[in-house]
Design a protein around this ligand. Structure first.
Ligand code: COI
Length: 358
């Protein structure tokens, strides 16, 4: 159990006037959570303080060797006014897995959840009231030791910031175009693909920029060895409905184990769908697109929620999905996930964790 000291900001920022124009991760609130780690002492000095820049030595390990990991979560304002989280234990455990791979000391699950809840409660007035918007939560840990030797830092900072946000994609819930990346790779066995380390995202930016220039929302990554099998999109996992079955890449080290991915798989199985977590070749997906058996394609992610895909472009080939519309199963998943998150439908899975009254 953390002893969290709270220092309130002397003046509060104005809240966004129009919650339909929040964008994603652009506006930050009045406070942040901080806690430091020192080897020999452990995590200490848990506190909520006014949101402010860090002062860091230019020789900090994180700037040079990217020893850093993060999480992504949301707080929702339910229709009955409760401010609530979605499966925070899954994020806490995933952060521990990321920490372990990056040689960063872990934070106990209960402490992580306590820290998130404490900050959300302090910032509860920032949780948007508008449907489709939420308070995006970004916990992250970075190495703070000073020196240029490549080694695990003996000191770290854990910080949580929160941002009232709308849809991740400019398209909102409208279907997006995805470019299947054939040159660059995101992950390979033994590397860090299953973690949320900043380096994975840094390595993905070039392909993302090139795809955006061509009018695509994002790239779909293929496996890093043969560039043959579909893996994930970087900001979301991806699922393909082919002849009534759902296919998605397995989480065997190169794919991020998404909390939304896992939740959608559980819902789909409850609804009687067969979900196949296996490597599927992009050539087979494109073939299904041409022979009419590729019924729906959608991404799943905390930021992306459930995002329909209307087009896949691979080399010189393209397939169009569901006539550019949101497929019925994609819509049902979106409605069920957001229905639970916004307290419009009962949570019979025990996934919702209330924080406070809004
Ligand atoms: C999330 O979905 O929370 C993520 O961290 C993905 C990020 C690229 C926005």
């Amino acid at each position: 159990m953390l002893d969290i000291k709270i220092t309130k900001a002397a003046t509060l920022k104005a809240k966004p006037a129009d919650e339909t124009k929040l964008g994603f991760g652009k506006i930050f609130t009045d406070h942040m959570f901080l806690m430091e780690y020192t080897r020999g002492q452990g995590w200490h000095d848990a506190r909520i303080v006014p949101y402010a820049p860090f002062i860091l030595d230019p020789a900090c390990v994180v700037f040079h060797y990217a020893q850093e990991i993060f999480e992504g979560m949301k707080a929702y304002r339910a229709v009955d006014g409760t401010i609530q989280l979605f499966r925070p234990d899954c994020n806490a455990k995933r952060m521990q897995d990321s920490c372990d791979r990056l040689c960063i000391p872990t934070i106990p699950v209960e402490d992580y959840i306590q820290a998130v809840k404490a900050l959300v409660e302090v910032e509860k007035d920032w949780v948007p009231h508008t449907e489709g918007a939420s308070l995006y939560i970004r916990p992250f840990i970075f190495a703070t030791d000073v020196g240029l030797g490549v080694h695990a830092s003996p000191t770290y900072t854990f910080c949580i910031i929160v941002a009232p946000s709308g849809a991740y994609y400019a398209e909102g819930i409208n279907p997006v175009r995805i470019y299947v990346e054939d040159e660059y790779v995101r992950a390979a066995p033994g590397l860090t693909g299953f973690t949320k380390c900043g380096g994975n995202y840094a390595a993905s930016i070039k392909a993302g920029e090139l795809a955006e220039e061509k009018g695509f929302a994002q790239v779909l990554w293929l496996d890093g060895v043969e560039k043959k099998y579909v893996e994930e999109v970087g900001s979301m996992n991806i699922m393909f409905k082919i002849s009534g079955k759902i296919y998605t890449a397995p989480c065997t080290g190169t794919v991020l184990p998404g909390v939304t991915r896992r939740s959608c798989i559980e819902l789909l199985r409850d609804w009687g769908y067969e979900v196949v977590e296996e490597h599927v070749a992009i050539a087979d997906i494109m073939k299904a697109g041409h022979d009419g058996t590729l019924e729906e394609v959608f991404g799943t992610g905390t930021a992306a929620v459930v995002s329909p895909v209307k087009e896949l472009d691979w080399k010189d080939d393209k397939v169009f999905i569901c006539d550019g519309k949101i497929g019925p199963l994609t819509q049902k998943l979106y409605n069920t996930m957001t229905g639970m998150q916004w307290g419009k439908i009962p949570d019979d899975k025990g996934w919702i964790v209330p924080v406070c009254k809004g």
